[in-house]
Design a protein around this ligand. Structure first.
Ligand code: 13P
Length: 339
């Protein structure tokens, strides 16, 4: 399959992406929350539990893996990549190396990981990765942050990464995340997300990235968690998000796959559903959720293999409901159904 075919398959109707690419530091935080030691064996057991969820391939098109996971075997010796492929799920890989301080811009961040990236992509492709992910982080702090300088350097890195991926037959997921931390309004998120995406698509064009062979992974347009006016309704989030993307994202991009970014499980599903209920759109609107797909499953699993079935049930429920939301067919009443 060409990278264009892979990109389209990842946003097939009823399906979306599981982000299971938590770095060592992030997965430790998640395991701390359930009182489980973050050992290599427990990380393998947890992720194997998710990947073996019955029927995973009906709702999950692809899984983003971390470097450790793409090299790991299941308890019975099967490589986890083969397990996914066997279930009809496309394996992918996180290739950025996280954020560092942006020099000359106190408090702002730039994503690292371009040095040696081509060689790493060649190896990941051999290990079975058909797509990759790179996350740029944009923080809203007051009226003057982010700076255009911060948007420029992060967009430049995203475009360099995306061009290298396409050279190596890997679909780039381009993830410029405007954080929902902070007390900003939905209007301020709209403004910053619009500016960010303008900058990113400029850089992608400059660096000759094939828009039909990539996916965009953005935030929704949503107020900050500490916004004094509280949460916005799914209808308001949908209207603002669609207006933003219509203005700045070329129709050649096959799919927009949202991150959940700290939204609750049900919010992330309801907002995606509201966006799709307003379709048709020029792109597929789907999900690439980490926390909003895993939160309930992690709690139900609790670090113990004895709870694997409960963990899979909780995960499958979120995958199914997000799969419905991805087609605008979700109803909040479905939340009461057993997992
Ligand atoms: P969340 O859905 O938890 O935001 O994670 C998605 C992701 O891959 C962030 O880079």
């Amino acid at each position: 399959m060409s990278i264009r075919d892979v990109a389209r398959a990842m946003v097939a109707p009823g399906k979306g992406i599981l982000a299971a690419d938590e770095s060592s530091g992030t997965i430790k935080k998640r395991f701390d929350s359930i009182g489980c030691d973050s050992t290599e064996d427990r990380r393998r057991a947890y992720r194997e539990m998710l990947f073996r969820a019955p029927g995973i391939g009906e709702r999950i098109s692809g899984v983003i893996l971390f470097d450790e996971t793409i090299r790991q075997n299941a308890a019975d010796g099967t490589p986890l990549v083969k397990l996914l492929e066997g279930a009809g799920v496309i394996p992918g890989i996180k290739v950025d190396k996280g954020t560092g301080p942006l020099s000359g811009a106190p408090g702002e961040l730039v994503t690292e990981g371009l040095d040696g990236l081509r060689a790493r992509l060649v190896e990941y492709r051999e290990l079975g990765a058909r797509f990759a992910k790179w996350r740029g982080v944009i923080d809203i702090a007051g009226d003057t942050t982010p700076s255009q300088y911060c948007l420029d350097v992060n967009a430049h890195a995203l475009a360099r990464y995306a061009a290298l991926c396409q050279d190596e037959d890997i679909v780039p997921i381009v993830e410029p995340e405007v954080l929902m931390d902070g007390d900003h309004s939905l209007e301020r998120c709209f403004e910053v997300t619009t500016a960010t995406l303008h900058t990113v698509f400029d850089a992608l064009h400059d660096q000759r990235v094939d828009l039909e062979g990539m996916l965009l992974k953005p935030n929704m347009v949503i107020p900050g968690k500490k916004f004094a006016g509280g949460k916005a309704s799914p209808d308001d989030v949908a209207a603002a998000t669609i207006a933003c993307f219509r203005a700045v994202v070329p129709a050649a991009v096959p799919g927009i796959v949202f991150l959940s970014g700290g939204q609750s499980d049900e919010e992330a599903t309801a907002n995606l559903d509201a966006i799709n209920k307003r379709g048709a759109h020029p792109w597929e609107f789907s999900f690439s959720y980490g926390r909003a797909l895993q939160h309930a499953a992690l709690g139900a699993w609790g670090g113990s293999d004895a709870n694997a079935t409960a963990g899979q049930g909780a995960f499958s429920k979120r995958a199914r409901l997000n799969g419905l939301a991805r087609d605008g067919k979700y109803d909040a009443a479905m939340e009461r159904e057993a997992s």
